[in-house]
Design a protein around this ligand. Structure first.
Ligand SMILES: NC(=O)C1=CN([C@@H]2O[C@H](COP(=O)(O)OP(=O)(O)OC[C@H]3O[C@@H](n4cnc5c(N)ncnc54)[C@H](OP(=O)(O)O)[C@@H]3O)[C@@H](O)[C@H]2O)[C@@H](O)CC1
Ligand SMILES: [K+]
Length: 512
C-alpha cells in the first residue's frame, strides 16, 4: 500500500472527482458516511452519550458537519462547536446548510470554550491534511482545552495540529486522540513513535479513491500489508530436495550468549532453509548440537568467541551477529567475511548475500572503515540505537528516516530499522513500513529470530533480495502475532516466535 503526502492526497481527491464524475460534496459524503459507520460499530448511541463535534473551517470541518447530520439521523445525540474563521470551504458551507435545525450549534470563543465533561465522546474535525502552520490563538486554546478534559477523542483523518508527513515544533498544540479514522491510505505520521500519543489506534476506511491515480503516483513510502506479500513465497516443488532451498551459514554466539545463536538457527530452519551450518565458539558446540539437531555445527578453535572464518564456497547466504560479542579476533572475522563475500566466483557472479545483525553491527559502528566493504544488497538489521552507532544521533523520527534513506542508498544495502513499524530502506531509497508484530515482541531474542528468517529467505534461490527481506520482516511480525494469541503479549518469548514462523509463512505461500 502506498503512503502519499498531503499534497498528493489533495490531488487524489481531485482525480477521484474527475474520474468518477462526482462532486467534491459527494466525496465528502462518502468520507463522512465511512466515518459514521466506523463510529457506530464502535459505540452504540447509549455508549456514545451526547457526541460533541469540533469543526474547523476547511473540508475536515466539512466532514465533521456531514458526520453530525448522519449521526443525528441515525439517532445519536450530537452537538456541534464551530471554530470561527474568515472563510469556510464550499463543501463546509454546503454541509452547514444541510445540518438539521434540531442539532445545537455554537461558535467557539476564547472565553466560551465548549464544556467537555469527563468521558464525553468528542469528534475532532478541526483540521486535517490542509494544516498549513502550527496551531495558535483560539485553535490552539481549543486543542489544549480538549486535551485537558478526560474525553474519549476520535479524530477525523488526522489529529488536529499534526502534519501528515513532517514534524511540528515542540510544544505546539496537537489533539491527543484515542482513535484516528482516515480515508483510503495511511499517513506517514501514523507510523512514527513520536506521534503515538496523538494518533492513538488508527484505522483506514475505503472511500473508493482513484486506484489509477494511486498506481501512477510515485512515492518513497510504502506500507507492507497482507496484500503486499500475498503469494510472495514460491510453493515448494514436489520433486525438490534439501539442496533446492539453499545452504546457509550462521556465524553467531560467544560465551554466555549461545541462546542468540540457537534462536537464530531455529528461525532459519523454520524459515524453510535446505541446510544450515552454524559456526560457533568452542564453548557453544555441545549447546548448539543438542538444541538444534537439524543443523550442522563447526566449532571455532577459540573457546569463548569466534576467531576464524570458515570457507564460504558451499553457502548461498551468510548471517553474522547474534550473540557474537565484539572481540578483536571477531572483528577480523567480520572484515574477512565482507571482503570474501564481495568477490565474485565462477559459480557465483554476484556477491554472497549477507545478513548483519547485533554485535556485527556494533563492530561496523566502531570500525566505520568497514562500511565501504559492504557488498551490494547486504542486509543490516539495526534497532535505533545500533543505527545511531552507524550514522549519527537523529533529531527526531523524521530525521532518522532521512538518515536511513541516505545510508541505504550510499551503501547500496537493505537496512531493516527495527521498531513497532519496522522500516526497510532499499538501495533505491524506498522505505517500506511493516504492518505486523506486537509489543510482546519487545523481548530478548526477537531480533535474533528475525536474522534467522532473513538468512533462510536470502538463501532461497527464487527470492530476489528485496522480496526476501520484505517477506521476512512481515512473516516475523506475523509469527509474533500468531504466538501472542496463545501466550498473550507479556508471556511472549522469542522461542514462541520461532514456533510460529511456519504458520506465518504458510499464510503467504503462493497457491497453485
Ligand atoms: N483525502 C480524502 O480523500 C478526503 C478528504 N477529505 C477531508 O478534507 C480534509 C482536507 O481539507 P482541507 O484541504 O480543506 O484542509 P483542512 O485540514 O480542513 O484545513 C484547511 C483550513 O484550515 C486553515 N488552516 C490551516 N492551518 C491552520 C492553522 N494552523 N490555523 C488556523 N487555520 C488553519 C486553512 O486556511 P489557510 O491555510 O488557507 O489560511 C483552511 O481554511 C481532509 O483532512 C479530510 O478530512 C474528505 O472530505 C474527502 C475525502
Ligand atoms: K482532525
Amino acid at each position: 500500500m502506498k503512503i502519499l503526502t498531503a499534497a498528493q492526497t489533495r490531488a487524489l481527491d481531485q482525480a477521484t472527482i474527475q474520474e468518477q464524475g462526482i462532486t467534491s460534496a459527494q466525496l465528502m459524503e462518502r468520507a463522512a458516511s465511512a466515518f459514521v459507520e466506523w463510529l457506530s460499530h464502535q459505540f452504540d448511541s447509549n455508549e456514545a452519550g451526547e457526541i460533541l463535534l469540533l469543526c474547523g473551517p476547511g473540508n475536515n470541518g466539512g466532514d465533521g458537519l456531514a458526520a453530525a447530520r448522519l449521526l443525528h439521523q441515525a439517532g445519536y445525540a450530537v452537538r456541534v462547536a464551530l471554530l470561527p474563521a474568515e472563510k469556510q470551504s464550499a463543501d463546509w458551507q454546503h454541509n452547514r446548510q444541510q445540518l438539521p435545525a434540531a442539532v445545537p450549534v455554537a461558535e467557539m470563543e476564547a472565553e466560551k470554550l465548549p464544556e467537555i465533561a469527563s468521558g464525553t465522546l468528542v469528534v475532532d474535525a478541526l483540521f486535517g491534511t490542509g494544516l498549513s502552520r502550527p496551531l495558535e490563538g483560539l485553535a490552539a486554546a481549543v486543542v489544549r482545552h480538549l486535551n485537558k478534559a478526560q474525553a474519549r477523542v476520535v479524530a477525523i483523518d488526522l489529529p488536529s495540529g499534526l502534519f501528515a508527513e513532517a514534524p511540528q515544533p515542540a510544544d505546539s498544540a496537537v489533539v491527543r486522540a484515542q482513535h484516528t479514522v482516515s480515508f483510503g491510505l495511511p499517513k506517514l505520521a501514523f507510523l512514527l513513535p513520536q506521534n503515538a500519543d496523538f494518533v492513538g489506534a488508527w484505522h483506514v476506511e475505503d472511500i473508493g479513491l482513484s486506484k489509477r491515480f494511486i498506481n501512477e503516483t510515485a512515492t518513497p513510502w510504502h506500507y507492507t500489508d497482507a496484500a503486499a506479500v500475498a503469494g510472495a513465497l514460491p510453493p515448494r516443488p514436489k520433486f525438490s530436495h534439501k539442496g533446492t532451498f539453499g545452504h546457509a551459514l550462521l556465524l553467531a554466539g560467544s560465551r554466555g550468549k549461545m541462546g542468540a545463536a540457537v534462536l537464530a538457527a531455529g528461525a532459519c530452519l523454520r524459515g524453510g532453509v535446505g541446510l544450515l551450518t552454524a559456526h560457533v565458539p568452542g564453548c557453544g558446540y555441545d549447546i548448539f548440537q543438542i538444541s538444534q539437531p537439524e543443523a550442522m555445527c563447526l566449532p571455532d578453535p577459540q573457546v569463548a568467541y569466534l576467531s576464524k572464518l570458515p570457507k564460504l564456497d558451499a553457502y548461498q547466504a551468510v548471517g553474522i551477529g547474534p550473540g557474537l560479542g565484539q572481540a578483536e579476533a571477531t572483528y577480523t572475522v567480520l572484515r574477512k567475511l565482507l571482503k570474501n563475500a564481495a568477490k565474485s566466483t565462477e559459480k557465483r557472479p554476484t556477491p554472497l548475500p549477507l545478513v548483519i545483525d547485533a554485535d556485527a553491527l556494533n563492530l561496523l559502528g566502531s570500525h566505520r572503515a568497514l562500511l565501504k566493504l559492504l557488498p551490494e544488497n547486504t542486509i543490516l538489521t539495526p534497532h535505533p540505537k545500533e543505527f545511531e552507532r552507524l550514522t549519527e544521533p537523529a533529531r527526531d523520527d523524521y530525521h532518522r528516516l532521512e538518515l536511513l534513506r541516505d545510508f541505504a542508498t550510499a551503501h547500496r544495502c537493505l537496512v531493516v530499522l527495527k521498531g513497532a513499524y519496522t522500516c526497510l530502506a532499499t538501495p533505491t531509497g524506498e522505505l517500506h513500513f511493516n504492518s505486523t508484530g506486537n509489543a510482546g515482541m519487545a523481548t530478548g531474542g526477537s531480533g535474533d529470530v528475525l536474522t534467522g528468517v532473513l538468512l533462510a529467505l536470502r538463501a532461497h534461490a527464487q527470492l530476489p533480495a528485496f522480496e526476501a527481506v520484505r517477506l521476512s520482516v512481515y512473516a516475523h511480525g506475523r509469527a509474533g502475532d500468531l504466538a501472542a494469541v496463545h501466550t498473550g503479549q507479556a508471556g511472549l518469548v522469542a522461542g514462541d516466535i520461532v514456533r510460529h514462523i511456519g504458520p506465518a509463512l504458510a499464510e503467504v505461500q503462493a497457491q497453485i
